[in-house]
Design a protein around this ligand. Structure first.
Ligand SMILES: Cc1cc2nc3c(=O)[nH]c(=O)nc-3n(C[C@H](O)[C@H](O)[C@H](O)COP(=O)(O)OP(=O)(O)OC[C@H]3O[C@@H](n4cnc5c(N)ncnc54)[C@H](O)[C@@H]3O)c2cc1C
Length: 458
């Protein structure tokens, strides 16, 4: 019997396994897909790997930074020199440098400034361990971000800019997410500017070898290879053990650590009910909606035109783009995102329709050269059966205050990892943080059980 069975070989599951192995425990990792990495996925372009899943890390994200160093991977700054673009309808504005923000009216800028101050005052009052238990949590969790903006943001332009930021960082619509969740998301990122920003923000740094390499290196260092292609279907809890059932085999362990998003954990059959709160939590944490596109070109022609590659658009195909050129400049590329409603809309279209629409939009933003890529890649995360959508879970109103405490609460011999259970940044950094916590919990319980066994023997 193993000390722990880990469900899922994304970053959090592999960190859980790695930390337990470091402490001398025997671990089996079961992964549904034929690869490790989960919501991180790096695609090879002329020998360099570019990210079509999780990609950036920021200066506050110490857990992933430390892991990247331990694994011997390199980092480089996200390219952002040059002007940015903002497309609204048929008009495209170029801004940056002396124009630090897109050209909107002074009233809208003032409005945005005031809204930002209100948001920062709100997030400073959140309990970082249990935001749902903060003094104003109930009122904030009773409304959506959209409802808060309707009350607090007066100008159309400021609402547009704030909505775009929310879509970009959550992959969800402002009328879908709880205002408490949005506020806590900003707290985890530091501030609004850090959450959405490049220099000094969560999009500051990339991994030279690609983010998926983090998982690949962890997996290859485990004493027992990850069991790929083995979706966990059922978990049976016994008196002093668990049985974890896949289509191929039943694995016995003392404990199990589940690292999959809550909405996917709901699909596993549990012999012992997990309790009403945990069940309702899993039912009420839908995932965001994103399609990510990588578009390779002969040259980074936008840089030559003084553009950074960063663009935002309200035209309904792609909401934002950035420069995705490889660290050595050998592969010139843009990355584009279809998010929220537009992500769901385009997920229903064919790959050809998506390609045509994305290239047309890139040409609208960056000029005719953008319509002639060398290579076009997409990943429709909206339809991905093993993440259920991305980037992460996006709770609607009411879920966190009602069931937030169930996020990390153990259920018998079941422990929970996964970026959704992190205290801090709910991305790759949170995945690492949660894996360390879950491993520590399992280690502590194994130590207690071993000491009991020793006492009984004595
Ligand atoms: C397009 C995109 C862009 C992103 N950008 C960023 C970014 O720039 N910065 C950032 O910090 N984060 C980003 N993220 C989010 C980040 O990738 C995730 O937060 C992180 O990778 C989650 O890791 P995890 O281990 O918690 O979960 P996952 O990666 O989802 O791992 C769970 C694993 O469990 C497996 N699994 C699921 N069900 C079962 C089952 N029943 N049995 C066995 N295995 C199962 C899955 O296949 C998966 O491998 C992005 C995500 C996407 C998709």
């Amino acid at each position: 019997m193993k000390d722990c069975i880990v469900v899922g070989a994304g970053v959090s599951g592999l960190v859980t396994a790695r930390e337990l192995v470091r402490r001398g425990h025997a671990v089996t990792v079961l992964e549904a897909q034929d690869r490790v990495g989960g919501r991180t996925l790096s695609v090879s372009f002329d020998g360099r790997r570019l990210d079509i899943g999780g990609q950036w890390i920021g200066p506050r994200q110490k857990h992933i930074a430390e892991l990247v160093r331990e694994l011997g991977l390199g980092t480089f700054p996200q390219h952002h020199a040059g002007s940015k673009l903002l497309a609204r309808g048929e008009d495209t504005f170029r801004y940056g440098g002396v124009f630090a923000l897109p050209r909107v009216s002074p009233w809208a800028m003032l409005d945005l400034f005031v809204a930002r101050r209100r948001l920062h005052r709100g997030l400073a009052r959140l309990d970082p361990r249990r935001p749902w238990a903060s003094p104003d949590a109930r009122a904030w969790d009773a409304i959506t971000l959209e409802a808060w903006m309707n009350e607090n943001v007066r100008t159309k332009d400021a609402r547009f800019l704030l909505s775009n930021i929310a879509r970009a960082v959550l992959a969800a619509e402002p009328d879908e997410v709880s205002f408490l969740f949005f506020l806590d998301f900003l707290r985890r990122g530091g501030t609004l500017d850090e959450t959405a920003g490049i220099a000094g923000g969560a999009q500051e740094t990339r991994i030279i070898e690609g983010m998926q390499t983090v998982s690949e290196r962890m997996a290859s260092a485990l004493p027992e290879p990850v069991h790929l292609g083995e979706p966990v279907r059922a978990i049976r809890q016994r008196d002093r053990a668990v049985e974890v059932v896949t289509d191929r085999e039943t694995y016995a362990g003392r404990f199990v650590a589940i690292s999959v998003p809550p909405a996917l954990a709901a699909r596993i059959d549990y012999s012992v009910p997990l309790g009403r709160e945990r069940q309702r939590l899993m039912d009420q944490l839908p995932m965001g909606s994103v399609i990510k596109f990588l578009v390779q070109y002969e040259t980074p022609f936008w840089r030559q035109a003084g553009l950074s590659g960063e663009a935002a658009s309200d035209r309904g195909t792609i909401l934002m783009t950035m420069d995705a050129t490889s660290s050595d400049g050998g592969v010139a590329a843009l990355v584009a995102f279809s998010l929220g409603t537009s992500g769901r809309h385009w997920a229903k279209r064919t790959a050809d329709e998506r390609k045509r629409a994305v290239l047309a939009e890139l040409a609208h933003l960056f000029g005719p050269k953008a319509a002639r890529p060398v290579r076009f890649e997409e990943k429709v995360w909206v339809d991905d059966p093993w993440s259920g959508g991305c980037y992460c879970a996006v709770p609607g109103p009411g879920a966190l205050t009602a069931f937030g405490d169930a996020l990390r609460a153990t259920c018998g011999r079941i422990h929970w990892a996964g970026c959704e259970t992190a205290f801090q940044w709910p991305g790759v950094d949170g995945a690492v943080e949660s894996g360390k916590r879950a491993a520590q919990e399992v280690h502590a319980r194994l130590a207690i059980e071993r000491s009991h066994t020793t006492e009984v023997r004595a």
